[in-house]
Design a protein around this ligand. Structure first.
Ligand code: ZN
Length: 136
């Protein structure tokens, strides 16, 4: 790793960046996602969380914090919870629409069945009339 390169965190804090810098592997250069994480969660929390995660979890942590901080910046009041609530409401609306569609399909199938039965009965009646007409 290039020890002279300064990561996003060290560049902001104007500190020398070393190869042991915990932020460097994820944000070797200034990046908007890092700025969001720093603004919403602070670099101290990010470093603390990185210490508490395994190497396999670190990339997932970074991605989650970038997503959450981006959402929090867009909606400072509701943040990720607002996104969750919106998706729950959309899911509920889709379930209602699905139920209404199912009811409409059942109604149409009932009408089709009634029309088919009526059509069949008329056909039987016509066939009986033809038989009577030909035998008389
Ligand atoms: Zn650094």
């Amino acid at each position: 790793m290039d020890g002279k390169k300064t990561c996003a965190a060290c560049k902001i804090s104007k500190k020398p960046c070393t190869d042991s810098c915990p932020i460097k592997p994820f944000y070797p250069d200034p990046h908007e996602d890092y700025d969001d994480i720093n603004e919403v969660f602070s670099v101290e929390h990010l470093k603390d969380w990185l210490k508490k995660t395994t190497d396999e979890q670190k990339q997932n942590l970074i991605e989650a914090l970038a997503w959450e901080s981006g959402i929090r910046k867009q909606d400072p009041i509701s943040g990720s919870f607002g996104v969750y609530k919106k998706i729950c409401e959309e899911n509920l609306q889709l379930k209602v629409e699905q139920k209404l569609s199912k009811m409409k399909i059942e109604t149409l199938e009932g009408k089709i069945a009634a029309i088919s039965e009526e059509h069949f009965n008329l056909w039987v009646e016509a066939e009986e009339l033809k038989k009577k007409a030909s035998s008389s």
